[in-house]
Design a protein around this ligand. Structure first.
Ligand code: CDT
Length: 314
């Protein structure tokens, strides 16, 4: 019988400053990949926008001024070495980056906040484009820093897929997606067993600073509940530390289908958090309390897809 154990390394990154070159960042990714290999990992997962600083914290009137933060090809000249080394070591990886597409039939180049899944042979298994884009579209000068993801990216048009890889059923989501129960459930309905999620979460939330002290709590809350309610492993991988003056939560973690945190980062720096994920453990929850076929009542949930905002009773 084939093994259903996947040893996962959550490759948390400390800050990436604006002046850091791609080459320097890729060296850090390679060091974590090597550590993953030394510690027996099958798969190493990097954060959202894992090749650059979190550039949506600045606003530029001409979006193309920031094109150097995007990858027009993956692998590209600076990232090919990561693919080559992963194949040589026989280890898979998942990486978040800013994607700039080739021109489409209209000549438009699209910008997405993207994460890919790469198998142990270096082949790209899947590409996910962030669905829930937080923040704002316009410059908001009163904020201490911007969160202009809605300016820099289009929402992912493909939604939440699940792919057969690493002996199981693997899905991806990116940062703010983890706060929405729909993200997990759409993957849960495809039998997901391992969700990979990179994130960049500042401690300070300008629209409501009372949430600042709760950032770590909310981070764990959403991933633990999403894991439990869908009987899946969730791997949350942060960019932490002070990046360009912005304090980012770290707290990368691996959550079991029980909702328990089985491994967590101790630092806000580059750190590999390793967990042994038994994918068969998902059946305990997917086949019992969350046996969807037996217990779900989709006819009672039609509002969830029929309606977007809140409609209050009369
Ligand atoms: N990158 C990202 O999605 N960050 C958001 C920050 C809060 S919304 C401005 C998050 O959900 O963690």
């Amino acid at each position: 019988m084939t093994s259903r154990i996947v040893i996962v390394g959550a490759a948390q990154l400390g800050p990436i400053q604006r002046a850091d070159s791609r080459k320097e960042v890729v060296e850090r990714l390679l060091a974590l990949l090597q550590e993953g290999h030394d510690r027996g990992c099958d798969l190493v997962v990097y954060p959202e926008l894992g090749l650059t600083t979190f550039f949506p914290r600045w606003f530029v009137d001409d979006i193309t001024e920031f094109d150097h933060f995007y990858e027009p090809a993956m692998p590209g000249p600076e990232t090919q070495v990561l693919f080559d080394e992963a194949r040589r070591l026989g280890i898979g990886f998942s990486l978040g980056y800013a994607e700039l597409t080739e021109p489409d039939a209209d000549g438009t180049r699209h910008r997405y906040n993207t994460q890919i899944l790469v198998e142990r042979d270096g082949s790209v298994v899947a590409r996910f484009r962030k669905v829930h884009l937080p923040g704002h579209e316009e410059h908001e000068p009163d904020r201490p820093f911007q969160h202009a993801e809605r300016y820099y990216f289009e929402p992912g048009p493909e939604g939440f897929g699940v792919w057969r890889a690493f002996g199981g059923l693997v899905g991806m989501m990116i940062c703010n997606d983890r706060r929405w129960p729909e993200s997990y459930r759409v993957m849960g309905l495809q039998g997901v067993e391992l969700i990979l999620c990179g994130y960049n979460t500042p401690v300070h939330y300008a629209p409501d600073p009372s949430q600042d002290a709760l950032q770590g709590f909310h981070n764990a809350l959403v991933m633990q509940s999403g894991a439990y309610q869908n009987g899946t492993w969730v791997v949350g991988v942060a960019k932490g530390g002070v990046e360009e003056g912005v304090d980012m939560i770290a707290q990368s973690m691996v959550v079991a289908p029980s909702g328990q945190i089985v491994a967590q980062a101790l630092t806000s720096s580059d750190e590999l958090v390793v967990a042994r994920c038994d994918l068969d453990w998902c059946r305990r929850y997917q086949g019992t309390v969350f046996d969807f076929d037996r217990y779900r009542r989709p006819e009672m949930y039609t509002r969830i897809t029929a309606q977007k905002g809140r409609t209050l009773p009369d």
